[in-house]
Design a protein around this ligand. Structure first.
Ligand code: GLU
Length: 532
């Protein structure tokens, strides 16, 4: 059978990395299985689903190379079909109005009492449920309402679908059967959801428990007792279809065979299985992905840092790096590989290998992954890619004759394109250089260091303007030796003096690029500044 999967986002603004990870997993699973990848925009929340949000989503998908194979399905355009489906469900007895007397009543889906033949329903056995003393149990064809006592001693009201109570017996305190649910008595229960039959002085419920079960491709075998479920709304009083109906109907229409989505939808799945059945469609296979979480194990959100695809794009992450990183967030090829091309991911990806535990977002890991991808870019591509970031963060570099050499020197050290913001010192004159005051104090206070740094500046002044990194290194070593300073100890003070900061490329290469005279000038300025 053809493998058909879909990404079905609700476009409500920015695209969260959790959402796009769902898209990536669907896309990878589909490409691996040579199937069809569909995009359905669930835009039924008319207040939040703006065209701008849809454009953002499409843009993100394009940026990441998530191509789809058929025309986009817009859920709002399906609305008439959803309403027709609801009508058909009412006609076949699978759904009913909540207030039959009202013209515009919400429509509820009925979890069917006769469900033992369904592939996803099984009987667990007879159970006995103790009620709050002197309970009044209310029944109708929609369900059962009863009271129990919580562990804290509080009386709690419970309501569940009638389908959850196969062969129900309502028992009195003396064990007598006050009511028995069988074919005859079931037919006598009020069909109007607003009316109820009451059984007074009940002490316990005895019934055959049924549960809905299915095998989740990620989470394994899952089940939920039917007596913890309720009939649910599929059409609102304003006539608009509810998510459950729209989502299931569209999956049916798009002939989806695999649903890969966030595990916040597991609870919905128990209901959707019944809806598929009532609509006459074999339910697809489900794969529910655990959340992406922060260090504390809580769902990863904007509060934890960058959480939207657009944030990463702006900060200078490469789409292939973000794609690679997100595909490993809750999945692994099982052989220790991490940096993987799209082709390798497609080859290795099966949804069954998705991990059951929540995936922790790790910015440092993503940044390192990005650095690997940046390092691999051909030089011209790197130059092209940093263009917009230079304009934004390092304008002084634009048009500078030094830029080519600086870019070549810094390429292998660039983790995100926004790192160009730290390149200013290459292009700024000594007067405009900004110094990290703390570092200045830390590294340029010692007398011996100051004298040796000053001596090195004097040497620089005698050197040709462009001196090789190797030569500069040997001159620094010579000064260190003369002053009896351990080898390498002058590097950091010189770095501060020449660049203003403690981070950057190697100091020898940096001085080579900046030039001997300019570097000497900067050293003198730094020494003066420290003396101030
Ligand atoms: N629109 C739903 C969401 O974004 C889609 C659920 C699904 O994939 O079925 O959560």
């Amino acid at each position: 059978m053809e493998f058909r999967a879909r990404f079905a986002p609700s476009p409500t603004g920015q695209v969260h990395i959790g959402n796009i990870r769902t898209a990536i997993f669907n896309w990878l699973a589909t490409r691996h299985n040579k199937g069809t990848f569909l995009l359905r925009i669930e835009d039924t929340d008319l207040e939040r689903s703006t065209q701008d949000a849809i454009d953002k989503l499409l843009d993100c998908m394009k940026w990441l190379g998530l191509d789809y194979d058929e025309e986009i399905m817009y859920q709002t355009r399906q609305s008439d079909l959803h309403k027709q489906a609801a009508k058909k469900l009412v006609e076949q007895g699978s759904a009913y109005p909540l207030n039959p007397a009202e013209e515009h009543s919400p429509i509820l889906f009925r979890l069917p009492y006769e469900c033992d033949g369904m592939k996803f329903v099984r009987q667990v056995g007879r159970v006995r449920l103790e009620l709050a003393p002197g309970s009044a149990v209310q029944l109708n064809q929609a369900g059962v309402v009863y009271q129990t006592v919580s562990p804290k001693g509080k009386t709690v009201e419970n309501a569940a679908t009638l389908a959850g109570f196969k062969d129900l017996e309502i028992l009195g305190a003396d064990g007598s059967v006050l009511f028995r649910l069988d074919e005859t008595t079931r037919g006598q229960l009020p069909s109007n959801p607003q009316e109820k039959m009451t059984v007074e002085n009940a002490a316990a419920l005895s019934f055959v428990r049924r549960e809905v079960f299915y095998h989740d491709l990620v989470k394994g075998d899952l089940a939920k007792p039917l007596d913890s479920m309720k009939d649910f709304i599929i059409v609102r009083s304003d006539g608009s279809p509810v998510f459950h109906l729209a989502n299931v109907y569209d999956d049916m229409q798009q002939r989806v065979t695999h649903i890969v989505r966030g595990d916040d939808h597991v609870e919905n799945t128990y209901r959707h299985l019944f809806l598929f059945e009532a609509l006459g469609f074999t339910p697809p296979q489900y794969a529910h992905l655990p959340m992406i979480v922060n260090k504390a194990g809580k769902p990863y959100s904007k509060r934890d840092g960058d959480a939207f695809v657009g944030d990463f794009r702006e900060k200078g992450f490469l789409p292939q790096a973000l794609f690679n990183y997100l595909s490993l967030l809750g999945w692994s090829p099982g052989d220790g590989r991490e940096k993987m091309s799209k082709e390798e991911l497609v080859e290795a990806f099966t949804i069954e290998r998705a991990l059951r535990s929540p995936a922790q977002f790790d910015m440092a890991k993503l940044t390192n992954m990005n650095a690997l991808y940046i390092a691999e870019l051909p030089e011209e591509e790197f130059r092209r890619a940093i263009g917009p970031y230079l304009e934004k963060f390092c304008l002084e570099a634009v048009g500078s004759p030094l830029l080519d050499q600086v870019a070549a020197l810094m390429h292998s050290r660039t983790k995100t394109f926004a790192d160009v913001a730290h390149w200013n010192y290459f292009f700024r004159s000594a007067e405009k250089l900004e110094y990290d005051a703390k570092a200045l104090k830390k590294f340029l206070s010692d007398d011996m260091i100051r004298r040796s740094v000053s001596e090195f500046a004097e040497i620089l002044e005698t050197l040709p303007e462009r001196c090789s990194a190797a030569e500069i290194e040997s001159k620094i070593r010579a000064v260190e030796e003369k002053y009896g300073i351990p080898q390498g100890k002058l590097n950091q003070p010189l770095r501060i003096a020449v660049t203003g900061s403690t981070i950057g490329a190697g100091i020898y290469e940096t001085i080579e690029l900046i030039g001997s005279a300019e570097s000497a000038l900067r050293i003198r300025k730094a020494l003066e500044r420290k003396a101030e």
